[in-house]
Structure formats: C-alpha cells, structure tokens
Design a protein around this ligand. Structure first.
Ligand SMILES: Cc1cc2nc3c(=O)[nH]c(=O)nc-3n(C[C@H](O)[C@H](O)[C@H](O)COP(=O)(O)OP(=O)(O)OC[C@H]3O[C@@H](n4cnc5c(N)ncnc54)[C@H](O)[C@@H]3O)c2cc1C
Length: 342
C-alpha cells in the first residue's frame, strides 16, 4: 500500500477529512455484504435505463456487449471471488467460474498464466465521454439549459428558493432557482457543507491510459472482452477498433489531479506483459477523482433544506449506477414538487 507503484496508495500524512473517512469506512465494514448486494441490484436496474436512453436518443458510444472476464493468478484470489460471486448472485448478477482453458477461449489475445476466472456474460462497456456528450445534447433537445464553464462559487437555500453564485468569463452572477440538485463529485462535500448537510465524500484518485491502436497488428493483439485483473486491480475496455483503455489504481491523497509518471508506467508495463503485440507508443494518460462515500453507496435524496437534493458519492461506479440514481432522484424531486414544495 505504501509502495510507489502499488495498486492502492496512501499518503500517510494525516488530515481530519482522511481520518474521519477511514473511521466511517471501517465502521461500514459489517454492512459489506448487504451493501454489495444492493449495489449489484442497482447496477442491473441502471443498465435498463442506460440502454433505453441510448436507444431513444440515438446516442452512439462504442457500446460493446461482450461481457467482462475477471481473472486470478492464484487459488486464494479465485476462492475469494467465489464468495463475492454468491453476493452478486444474491443481487441478481450471475457469473460463471471458468478454467484457464476457457479464459484462453473467451479472450485469446490475453497472455499469462492464470489459476481461473469468472465470466459475466451480461456486462458491457462503452466510451463514457461519448455517452455523456450525447446525453447532454439529448437533454438540450428536451429543453434543458446547460451552463458550461460556470464555476459555482457558493450555494444557499431558504427552503423556498435555491441560490447559486457562479463565476463566468471573469464575471460573478447570482442565480435563483426553485430547487437544486448537487452532483459536484468530490466538491459535493464543500457545497453540501454550505447547505448544512454533511457528506463525507473522499477523493479517491485513479488513473487510466488510452492506448491508440495505430495498425492492424495492434488492433488484433488487443482484447475485445472487458477484463479485470484482480492482482493489479486493473480493468480494461476496448473502445471501437482503434482504442484500448486500461484503468485502475486508488490513491488517497486529497484533491489532486497531477498525473504521476510512476503511476502511469505500471499500466503501460501491464499492457506490454498481457498483450505483447500492442504498440504502446501512443498512450494518452488521464487522472480522475472518484467521489467515494465511506460505505461505498451513493447519496441520493433530500438534504436538510427541502428544496435541496443530492445525487452524488457514486465512488468507483459512477457511470454504472448513474442512470438508476438519476431515475430515483427524479422521482423524489417530482414527489416534492407535487407536495406543494414544502
Ligand atoms: C480511473 C477511473 C476509472 C473509472 N472507471 C469507472 C468505470 O469503469 N465504471 C464506472 O461506473 N465508474 C468508473 N469510475 C468512477 C466514475 O468516474 C465516477 O464515479 C463518476 O465520474 C462520478 O460522477 P459525478 O458526476 O458524481 O462526479 P464527477 O464526474 O467528478 O463530476 C462532477 C462535476 O462537477 C463539476 N463541479 C464540481 N464542483 C464545481 C463547481 N464549484 N463549479 C462548477 N462545476 C463544479 C466538476 O467539474 C465535474 O464536471 C472511474 C473513475 C476513475 C478515476
């Protein structure tokens, strides 16, 4: 955990935020099983909304329905996965154990020696940027006004009106709305604090590399099926024919988006090891902050002020869970609206 290239990296410098988050994380461990089952249920429900929206609005996002293959290099990892499989099955997400021979048949491009794996046929992948861009355009077609490049400086509410102060092109503007939904990622904690609500969201940093596959050799050497390597905690997606994304790592180091070379290099090394035929000279690195709640469950619902709502804290599963939590939140906002806004 304290090694520079470890999948999980902790800056040991204590901060009140980090300590309080860790304490709540430990306190939530007894609820691990029920929370895992709830998350699986939510993910399955979310999928139906995602697919329906993409179809209804014509959103193209390099969607690939080829499943996800988790693979394990040792018996211990494989046996632990068997326990997780029971929880996922209880949440309605079956996956089947596969032998090393079956791993080779499911994804022939993967190199290495494996003990076994689990294959979830129903899983799928896509390009999150294309999806969210398409969704934003669809929202605009339905009458939503989107303010891009507006920095929210402060928020407030008196229960009847919601106030937002924004900065745009050097100017500060004050906007008033009937209600507000806070979904500001890792900044939700600060904005929630201004509204009298405590959201103990911690930024858990992750990295990805997108490998551009420049030629036919690289394209045929890259996997089609999504993969999850349990040992390195890396997950992959094939985006169209000519891009391959590898994501992972978790860093507890506050709000910091620096892209560190010593964190990117292990990802490239992993691609070279598992897919030796891929040309890794054109790699685009990226870092993001997962808005993580201590119990790993998103916060969806009303705040202390009745016209303030939250849809945030989705942690490592923001895309996976976003459609169902948006659907749930919309129901709550509609119920508030119908109840005469009190
Ligand atoms: C490496 C990596 C890989 C991941 N892989 C997956 C995956 O495979 N599947 C999955 O489901 N999830 C994945 N995630 C998690 C996912 O990215 C997050 O859960 C998701 O982005 C959270 O969405 P959000 O909208 O709540 O927050 P964010 O994506 O952080 O968006 C919050 C937005 O609010 C804006 N904002 C905040 N404060 C202000 C302000 N004051 N003024 C104006 N704007 C503001 C920010 O600019 C940002 O655009 C991954 C994360 C990482 C880091």
């Amino acid at each position: 955990m304290f090694k520079r290239d470890a999948p999980l990296l902790m800056n040991p410098t204590p901060s009140w935020h980090k300590l309080s988050w860790m304490a709540e994380f430990i306190a939530a461990i007894p609820r691990y099983k029920e929370n895992t089952i709830s998350t699986a249920r939510l993910a399955i429900e979310s999928r139906q909304h995602h697919f329906a929206w993409a179809q209804a609005e014509g959103i193209e996002f390099d969607h690939k329905r080829k499943g996800i293959l988790h693979f394990y290099r040792d018996k211990k990892g494989f046996e632990h996965a068997a326990q997780v499989s029971k929880l996922l099955a209880a949440g309605g997400l079956p996956r089947r154990a596969v032998t090393p021979q079956e791993i080779a048949a499911i994804e022939p491009s993967l190199h290495g020696k494996f003990y076994g794996g689990y294959f979830t046929e129903s899983d799928s992948t896509g390009d999150i940027h294309k999806f969210t861009y398409g969704l934003a355009k669809a929202c605009e077609r339905h009458g939503v006004k989107i303010y891009n490049e507006h920095e929210v400086l402060s928020v407030g509410s008196n229960g009847q009106s919601a106030f937002v102060q924004v900065k745009h092109a050097g100017e500060t503007l004050s906007l008033t709305f009937d209600a507000m939904v806070v979904c500001a990622g890792v900044h939700g904690r600060r904005l929630g604090g201004q509204l009298g609500d405590r959201l103990n969201i911690y930024p858990v940093k992750g990295y990805s590399i997108t490998v551009n596959l420049p030629d036919a050799d690289s394209q045929s050497a890259a996997p089609q099926v999504s993969l999850l390597d349990d040992e390195t905690k890396l997950v992959t997606s094939r985006l169209g024919d000519d891009r391959f994304r590898v994501a992972g790592t978790a860093e507890y180091n506050g709000i910091n988006l620096d892209i560190r070379a010593d964190r990117i290099q292990p990802l490239i090394h992993w691609v070279n090891q598992c897919f030796p035929g891929i040309d890794t000279r054109k790699v685009v690195p990226w870092a993001g902050l997962r808005p993580m709640m201590p119990d790993m469950l998103p916060r969806v619902g009303q705040g202390k002020r009745t016209n303030v709502f939250y849809n945030t804290g989705h942690g490592h599963l923001g895309w996976t869970l976003s459609a169902i939590t948006a659907h749930q939140l919309a129901g709550k906002v509609m119920a508030w609206s119908r109840s005469g806004q009190d």
